[in-house]
Ligand binder design. Structure first.
Ligand code: ZN
Length: 149
């Protein structure tokens, strides 16, 4: 278990310091901003939704390592997925970081499993879920700023 935790920590540090898909998406047809006042994390998520499919996704923002890594891994995970798949992954991820999902080897979860340790730090749950809540708002087409509070 310790090796696995080390691996998870490494992945979070890697994505937190070198986030993927950190850019403005020129072709985005959906976007939303999110803010976590508890930690000061800010994120803007851009989505290019082609019918039901997430054709491309990116984010901009500044936050702690957990929120940045979560947004980075989220964008990697959701590219090419349908809205329904994205919704299902959101539910799984939410259960994972709130300690309700213990099946870490679920193939759908993939890299998202690295956030399992977050469930032991309730203050960090909002850091990990901020980009997901923001994505959901973007897909729904809401323009207001999402706050985790
Ligand atoms: Zn944070």
């Amino acid at each position: 278990m310790t090796d696995l935790q080390d691996l998870y920590q490494e992945l979070i540090l890697d994505h937190g310091s070198r986030p993927r898909n950190l850019k403005k998406l020129a072709e985005a047809n959906h976007s939303a901003e999110g803010y976590n006042p508890l930690c000061g994390d800010k994120v803007k998520v851009y989505v290019n939704l082609d019918g039901e499919v997430v054709k491309d996704i990116s984010f901009e923002g500044a936050g702690c390592a957990i929120s940045t890594a979560s947004a980075s891994i989220m964008t990697e995970t959701l590219k090419g997925k349908t809205r329904a798949e994205a919704d299902a992954l959101f539910e799984m991820f939410h259960d994972l970081v709130t300690g309700q999902q213990r099946k870490l080897d679920s193939p759908e979860l993939g890299k998202l499993a690295v956030f399992s340790g977050v469930s032991e730090f309730p203050m960090r749950v909002k850091c990990a879920t901020l980009s997901w809540h923001t994505l959901r708002a973007a897909i729904k087409g809401k323009e207001e700023v999402v706050s985790t509070e």
